[in-house]
Design a protein around this ligand. Structure first.
Ligand SMILES: Nc1ncnc2c1ncn2[C@@H]1O[C@H](COP(=O)(O)OP(=O)(O)OP(=O)(O)O)[C@@H](O)[C@H]1O
Ligand SMILES: [Mg+2]
Length: 360
């Protein structure tokens, strides 16, 4: 049995990725996400909502590669968690008619882990490496010739007798995903022919996703209900799907099973999700800066220590969306909350609290 088979066995037949990332505050939600992730994950590019430019460019590249009978160039997806990177990797494999072999940076600890997977690949297969920025330097070295020349270089003996043995590989496509493109080494980044950054989804796209998921889960929902969930999903499909499940529970128990605008509103408020889609951790983060540090600037380490929260979670999950909606600013001296954030929290901003003015 190849290592790819082993992995598939662990994660189940339909979901060739080692883990579904979830927000650190979710607790038991991670298992539920993994189960529903497989059910709700789009199976075709037609089902994949939004990110239009990326999907279009990707489909052109796939069609061109297929016409030439060549493997698709290696693809790198970057962007915050839950935006559909793993989904795209699955769609690429399907479109190429190959098998997706899932792995991730932290699980490829030793060169032999990577070599095992590489040698199991057939022509046209997709090797998916999630969190590729966490690949160790030694393992990464083995990836370079594999990506560039479809071969593995082994150095045997030492000094004057050192020889390089070359082991040929089938022509595969590597799909890497990362929440931190900036942490990739230059030599690795340069070996990707296609690079796409996924941005947060617009509410209209999220509404489509909620309506599609509601059909799959057989939830009765009206447009206002779907819009309410979409607006509070932090631009993120995975969150939209999760909130839909919470709202469904509430609707079934308290509202005849139909999700309307007011039902969604009430259910989400009970979940601690406010009208901007911020949850308890988002608000705790903002309050720490706004109240604990007078609006900042304050270093991210101090914020993490105050919240006793993981630094990576704050940087990868919490901050990107707050930056995007203009609640937080990153400065050379640390993080600052903006006037909009103070207003949202119902606090009064300190005078001049929104950064230097035009002429100061
Ligand atoms: N464009 C989309 N259209 C419809 N549903 C989507 C789309 N993108 C993502 N989803 C839904 O969101 C879930 C999360 O997507 P996915 O696992 O691909 O995210 P990801 O970017 O790989 O996240 P992570 O970085 O956390 O691994 C999927 O299970 C799927 O149901
Ligand atoms: Mg993923």
């Amino acid at each position: 049995m190849s290592s790819g088979d082993v992995r598939k066995k662990i994660v189940g037949p339909d979901d060739a990725q080692p883990r579904e990332d979830v927000r650190a505050t979710d607790g038991d939600a991670s298992l539920e996400d993994a189960v529903y992730g497989a059910t709700l994950r789009p199976r075709t590019f037609e089902d994949y909502v939004g990110q239009r430019q990326i999907v279009e460019n990707l489909r052109i590249a796939i069609d061109a590669a297929k016409r030439r009978g060549e493997p698709l160039e290696h693809v790198l997806f970057s962007g915050p968690p839950g935006l559909g990177k793993t989904t795209l990797a699955n769609l690429i494999a399907k479109e190429l008619g190959g098998t997706l072999h899932g792995s991730s940076g932290p699980t490829l600890e030793k060169p032999k882990d990577l070599v095992g997977i590489l040698t199991a690949l057939e022509a046209g297969d997709v090797l998916f490496i999630d969190e590729i920025h966490r690949l160790g330097a030694v393992v990464e070295e083995y990836l370079y010739p594999a990506m560039e020349d479809f071969q593995i270089d082994f150095v045997v003996d030492r000094g004057a007798y050192a020889k390089t043995l070359k082991l040929p590989l089938k022509r595969f496509t590597l799909v890497g995903a990362t929440t931190r493109a900036g942490m990739l080494s230059a030599p690795l980044r340069d070996r990707f022919g296609l690079m796409y950054h996924l941005d947060y989804y617009e509410p209209a796209d999220l509404q489509h996703i909620v309506e599609r998921s509601a059909r799959v889960l057989e939830v009765r929902i009206d447009p206002a209900g779907a819009a309410t969930i979409a607006e509070r999903s932090r631009g993120t499909p995975r969150i939209a799907n999760r909130l839909l499940r919470r709202v469904r529970d509430f609707a079934e128990v308290r509202a005849d099973g139909v999700v309307t605008g007011p039902v969604a509103d009430e259910a989400l408020r009970r979940e601690g999700v406010d009208e901007r889609g911020l949850d308890r951790l988002d608000r705790a983060y903002l309050r720490t800066i706004a109240e604990g540090y007078g609006g900042g600037p304050v270093g991210i380490n101090a914020i993490a220590a105050t919240l006793t929260e993981d630094l990576e979670t704050l940087e990868d999950v919490v901050e990107p969306y707050l930056l995007k909606i203009g609640f937080v600013q990153r400065t050379a001296n640390g993080r600052k909350t903006t006037a909009a954030a103070f207003a949202h929290l119902g606090l009064t901003a300190p005078s001049g609290g929104d950064g230097p003015g035009l002429f100061s």
